[in-house]
Design a binder for this molecule. Structure first.
Ligand code: PLP
Length: 339
């Protein structure tokens, strides 16, 4: 298929081989973004009348794709409670085709028990798709636990420098081949230059992830000891609801930390008082990035009326970059004093 760049490009093919090897997959499709990777995968597997299960906490655009777009094409959606196998078991129906989830989730870093999910879904002929963007293949290899398909936004850790948009789908050969046919038609291809930048990013992936794991863990421990903070979410903290499964399943916990400052005003004030992280909604790159989460992803009408928020109004999400961890910690301490 070398006659046309939507079908094949030699640089992109190298990126696909490297990512497949890294993840322990037969094959991979490298494509234009994480959202496209998810979209083409779901469109290939689902048909009208099918039932799709999604986790109650995911990247808001992934939720939107399922709830607002796929439902228009006759796909039925149900929501499964985070880290709750009983909720998953009781939600599976005759027409359930897929369980789509993240681990760790955005933004609370909830961790799902992959082995139990894979065993339960296989027994009921439900395909499992995990978006493991927050982990990266250095910290977690979901296929080893029996998960069917792994998706990453390569925009984050895999390319790693906040300068490329890309996605990848990883699975066994038969699944990748069937998705690739539709991908050739829809055409969310990655160009050669972005593929080259992705390959270049992969060369330093283990070094970058080791640094970000260590810095984030140190910062999470620091934040957890600060009285100005209501709660810190990081999978290695004993207070995290999924700390035990995270330790069993992951070899590191990633560079993202979320914490609740109690109100949206405090979150805004804190973020404005920081001087090192950029205020921006991505993660996994060289520069630390921070967002007051509920301002970037506002609560729904129902949440405001009921007072029951899925996302705490004071939640801040911090993606730890490559800066010196002492400088970052001092910057955070200084911003806390400004509250
Ligand atoms: N999955 C997760 C967990 C994300 O955080 C994001 C992006 O923000 C995406 C998928 C979408 O990836 P992209 O921005 O590359 O389309």
């Amino acid at each position: 298929r070398e006659e046309y760049a939507r079908y094949h490009n030699p640089t992109r093919a190298v990126a696909e081989r490297k990512l497949a090897d890294l993840e322990g997959a037969d094959d991979a499709i490298v494509c234009s973004s994480g959202m496209y990777a998810l979209t083409v995968t779901l469109l290939r597997i689902l048909k009208p009348g099918d039932h799709l299960l999604i986790l109650d906490e995911m990247y808001h655009r992934s939720q939107d794709l399922c709830a607002s777009v796929l439902t228009k094409f006759g796909i039925e959606i149900s929501v499964v409670k985070n880290s709750n196998l009983d909720s998953l078991r009781s939600s599976i129906k005759e027409n359930t085709r897929i369980f789509l989830f993240e681990t760790p989730t955005n933004p609370h870093l909830y961790v799902q028990d992959l082995e139990s999910i894979a065993a339960l879904c296989k027994g009921r002929k439900v395909k499992t798709i995990v978006d493991a963007t927050f982990a990266s293949p250095i910290n977690l290899l979901p296929l080893k636990f029996g998960i069917d398909i792994v998706i990453h936004s390569c925009t984050k850790y895999l390319a790693g420098h906040n300068d490329v948009m890309a996605g990848v789908i990883l699975s066994r050969r038969s699944i990748i081949e069937s998705i690739r046919e539709l991908h050739f038609t829809i055409g969310g291809t990655l160009d050669a230059h972005s593929s080259y930048l992705l390959i270049r990013g992969l060369k330093t992936l283990p070094l970058r992830i080791a640094h970000q794991n260590a810095s984030a863990e140190s910062i999470a421990n620091f934040l957890a000891a600060q009285p100005e903070i209501k709660k810190v979410f990081y999978p290695s903290l004993p207070s995290h609801p999924n700390a035990e499964i995270a330790k069993r399943q992951m070899s590191g916990f990633g560079g993202v930390i979320s914490f609740d400052l109690g109100s949206a005003d405090r979150a805004k004030k804190f973020v404005d008082a920081l001087s090192i992280p950029y205020i921006a909604p991505s993660l996994g790159g060289a520069e630390s990035l921070v967002i007051p989460y509920s301002i970037v992803v506002p609560p729904t009408h129902e949440e405001i009326e009921s007072g029951n928020f899925n996302i705490e109004p004071g939640l801040v999400r911090l993606s730890v970059g490559f800066e010196d961890v002492k400088d970052l910690t001092e910057d955070l301490a200084h911003a806390l004093q400004a509250l």
